[in-house]
Design a protein around this ligand. Structure first.
Ligand code: ASN
Length: 352
């Protein structure tokens, strides 16, 4: 079948609803995830100005039967979502994932590692307000995501939110109230809405790297889902024993350390000894900076040499979300330690 014939047999973009404020409804306790999403989405999109509505594709909706507030997500939810997309994506020109904003960047990052070599768009979005709320950002975000989901030149996991398109594995939730809730601190935008049209900045995208068949990696995250990987932010006065308590936790297989500035830690031999012991036991340790912009270069200062000696890998300018989900992804696979370390340092999907 020619490429054109294949394209013409595709069904509309698939919209997967996982939960989040976008679909929430009021309850006595506060907002809770709501159902009936297909009809509610149709009503919200139909209320857009006619010209904008006309520019939207038809959609096919898959609603998870148990929508969640994304604060409840674990690596199991990342795995389930990737598996669902991997099973269905071939029939659609692109996929939109409706997700809560709180852990949206974590899910988007994890999807990027699981769906490597993606040959079409997977666009994650959500909203700061429910579909039916007055002045809600929900319909605008879904509209933007749908427009990008039918852009064949986009071949990666991206986040459409607040008029912007961000690389999923570079994005962070940046605002807890504003509609412009996501930022990409160390990487340019993949696109943005200008006037009515979604523009793609292809030179920033992965499209040139995404050749050949997709190379999905869908390992079982179950064994790591509870307590497999920790995120430890240093603070002035942190003790070696506190770090040891984290690193010696029985199920722990890896940890992300959030260190100072360009890659510094206290020159405390006991603390560095704890890190070296954990590395020596085969635990995968990586470090990022507590500064949201810039990244680290381990060993630039004498105060950072200890990290290198303790076997801690540099996560460069990765977001915490990208670094931690990468640890989970690599630890879930049966790789030799050296190979796992090599892959952590390799740019797999534009995350570093
Ligand atoms: N708590 C919500 C969630 O992440 C926040 C939102 O979607 N705006 O599910």
């Amino acid at each position: 079948m020619s490429a054109r014939a294949a394209a013409s047999t595709l069904r509309p973009p698939l919209v997967i609803y996982t939960g989040g404020t976008l679909g929430m409804v009021a309850d006595e306790q506060g907002l809770i995830p709501g159902g009936d999403i297909e009809a509610r989405l149709a009503r919200a999109l139909d209320a857009l100005p006619a010209q904008r509505r006309a520019a939207l594709p038809d959609i096919e909706v898959l609603a998870f039967p148990d929508p969640i507030d994304s604060s409840a997500a674990t690596p199991r939810e990342w795995q389930r979502l990737a598996a669902e997309i991997a099973q269905r994506y071939r029939d659609h020109p692109g996929v939109v994932v409706l997700h809560g904003t709180d852990t949206l960047a974590w899910t988007a990052s994890s999807l990027a590692y699981q769906l490597q070599g993606l040959d079409r768009p997977v666009v994650v979005t959500g909203a700061m307000q429910p579909l039916e709320a007055e002045g809600s950002d929900a319909a605008d975000n879904v509209e933007l995501a749908l427009r990008y989901a039918v852009s064949p030149a986009l071949k990666e996991v991206a986040i459409a939110f607040g008029g912007k398109l961000l690389r999923g594995v570079r994005a962070r939730k940046w605002q807890s109230r504003d509609a412009d809730a996501f930022a990409s601190p160390n990487y340019p935008l993949l696109g943005e809405r200008i006037g009515m049209d979604p523009i793609l900045y292809l030179k920033h995208s992965l499209s040139r790297q995404q050749r050949g068949a997709p190379r999905f990696e869908l390992p079982d995250y179950g064994p790591l889902a509870e307590g497999g990987v920790a995120r430890i932010a240093l603070w002035p006065g942190i003790t070696a024993r506190q770090v040891a308590a984290w690193l010696q936790y029985p199920t722990l297989k890896g940890a992300l350390l959030e260190v100072w500035g360009g890659g510094n830690v206290p020159e405390d031999p006991e603390l560095l000894g704890v890190l070296a012991d954990a590395s020596g036991q085969g635990k995968l340790l990586a470090a990022i900076s507590q500064c949201p912009h810039g990244g680290i270069a381990i060993g630039h200062y004498a105060a950072g040499q200890g990290l290198h000696a303790a076997g801690v890998l540099s996560a460069d300018d990765m977001t915490p979300e990208a670094a931690l989900t990468k640890l989970v992804h690599l630890l879930a696979q049966p790789l030799a330690d050296d190979e796992r370390r090599r892959r952590f340092l390799t740019r797999l999907v534009g995350e570093r």
